[in-house]
Ligand binder design. Structure first.
Ligand code: ADP
Length: 499
């Protein structure tokens, strides 16, 4: 492709469906201009590619009024009807997949093939929850009293709020909205400021699919002001957040005032453990995938790679060879495997983390920290000699940096892997079923991948232990975040039978 000096802007101007590109916020079925505009920056060029309307705090009451107005109609529709609309939304997303992928790559930076994958991943949650809504079962319970019939109704919790991150600007919305809408709950979405365009494009397609205007709304503006105001509202009954643990903690405090149901997908610090009997080639390839997906900006990314002493040197040599072949570049270039970081802070944080690790004895096997090609680029880098107490092991790297630690003792490595406040995902490579089972049971993580990577999808409960989060998304559990239980007990059911 031949790009001008602003390739992102050019690509957006050439979308097959130009209607997907919108500046405004989507409120009550209308596109609302707000109080001003904010540039959308392409992290691969640092150039502005579009703008987004910035709404002030007065939009919050308006959004909630629209959600409230549409709530009873939406929740009273048959689940099968809501499901049909969700499936239509998924179909439209797939129909516009190429354009949506371009939008994602331009505003987020990820390689185009990954953006296409995200579009399909995002659509798959709508299909999944369309069906789950039809199976949102209550229960009939064995009564503990004579002549009583007792039940559990599962009913929509009410208006929900989604605060979504920039690393999966489309799929983190559909994973939440699919569950909420299937359950009968309107959702207000506040996407990350870095990636507003994917969210607005989803709203365009939601409207086309027939989702009522008050049922799915998207607002842009200052995150802390808008979210604080939204979370004060008693009408919002559920919050679903994906982002950092730091922000999650702030939101939990704000939600506590009105005791909202909170579902939190927070930070990770995934151990990737290569046991002595692992298939080396497979483990190396999996490490590449588990580390470099989304250019390392993934909460499931392998953060601490523990390799058994007997495999260490060979593993590192193979991994270094593969890392050196990675193509770093602009997201829309077809050869790109690693795109720019989405936010500037990552580049600075990476340089500091690597510098600190090297000062404490780590060794750079391949890669450099100083290269900058005009965007927020970080060259893939491999560090060995990393220890558990280094900052690079204690914190989530969220960048294409691999940090290798050694181990000798199988029990010790599990203890080291668990020695973190986080507990999202862990990876295990071993040829032994008993090691696999034992390690899976011992790891204090919400998701364990054994001889596997890239494992998430609609059927799996996505979520973490400890400070990695609360609740689960996807799977048969995800819809529960938007359902309230109501026990209804009927007395005098068999009046002809004496008590
Ligand atoms: P990351 O570290 O991945 O950037 P953040 O936790 O900073 O994740 O951001 C995730 C989401 O939270 C984004 O939509 C962002 O706009 C929003 N956000 C950030 N700070 C706040 C805040 N103080 N209150 C509410 N939302 C916030």
């Amino acid at each position: 492709m031949n790009y001008t000096s602003n390739p992102g802007k050019l690509a957006l101007s050439k979308l097959h469906n130009p209607e997907l590109l919108v500046r405004e916020c989507y409120v009550g079925g209308e596109w609302v201009s707000g109080d001003g505009l904010k540039d959308v920056i392409d992290p691969g060029t640092l150039l502005s590619v579009f703008e987004t309307a910035q709404c002030g705090v007065d939009i919050v009451d308006i959004c909630i009024a629209h959600a409230e107005q549409s709530r009873s109609d939406w929740q009273s529709r048959l689940p099968v009807e809501r499901g049909l609309i969700l499936r239509k939304w998924a179909k439209l997303i797939r129909k516009n997949a190429d354009d949506l992928a371009v939008i994602i790559s331009v505003e987020q930076g990820k390689p185009l093939f990954e953006s296409k994958g995200e579009v399909e991943y995002g659509a798959s949650f709508l299909d999944w929850f369309a069906a789950e809504g039809e199976r949102a079962l209550g229960q009939s319970l064995p009564s503990h009293k004579p002549n009583m019939f007792t039940t559990n109704f599962a009913q929509p919790i009410g208006i929900s709020l989604a605060i979504t991150p920039w690393n999966f600007p489309l799929a983190m919305i559909t994973r939440k909205a699919g569950a909420a809408l299937a359950a009968g709950c309107p959702m207000i979405v506040k996407p990350a400021a870095e990636t507003p365009l994917s969210a607005s494009a989803l709203a365009v397609l939601a409207a086309e699919a027939g989702i009522p205007g008050g049922v799915f709304q998207v607002i842009h503006g200052d995150a802390s002001t808008l979210c604080a105001a939204l979370l004060k509202h008693p009408e919002i009954r559920a919050l679903s957040f994906t982002g950092s643990t730091r922000v999650g903690q702030i939101l939990l405090e704000q939600a506590a005032g009105t005791v909202k149901r909170c579902s939190m997908e927070l930070g990770g610090n995934a151990p990737f453990i290569v046991f002595e009997d692992a298939n080396l080639e497979q483990a190396v390839q999996a490490c590449m995938e588990a580390k470099f997906a989304t250019s390392g900006q993934d909460c499931l990314a392998a953060n601490r790679v523990y390799v058994h002493d007997n495999l260490h040197d060979e593993f590192v040599a193979l991994l270094a060879g593969k890392i050196e072949n990675l193509q770093v570049g602009y997201g829309l270039n077809v050869s790109t495997q690693i795109g720019p970081m989405t936010v500037a802070g990552t580049v600075i944080k990476c340089a500091e983390m690597v510098r600190d690790a090297v000062q404490e004895g780590a060794v750079i096997v391949t890669g450099e920290t100083s290269k900058n090609d005009g965007g927020y680029f970080v060259t893939p880098l491999l560090l060995t000699g990393v220890t558990d107490d280094m900052k690079i092991s204690r914190e989530e790297i969220f960048a294409p940096i691999v940090s290798v630690l050694r181990f000798n003792d199988v029990c010790d490595v599990i203890q080291r892997a668990n020695d973190t406040e986080m507990g999202l995902a862990a990876y295990v490579y071993t040829a032994s079923m008993s090691t696999a089972l034992w390690a899976s049971e011992a790891l204090e993580y919400g998701m364990v991948a054994v001889n596997a990577y890239s494992f998430t999808g609609p059927p799996l409960p996505f979520g973490g232990w400890k400070q990695s989060g609360l609740g689960r998304e996807g799977s048969t559990l995800g819809i529960n975040e938007y359902l309230e239980n109501k026990n209804v007990s009927f007395g005098g059911i068999c009046p002809h039978i004496p008590d």
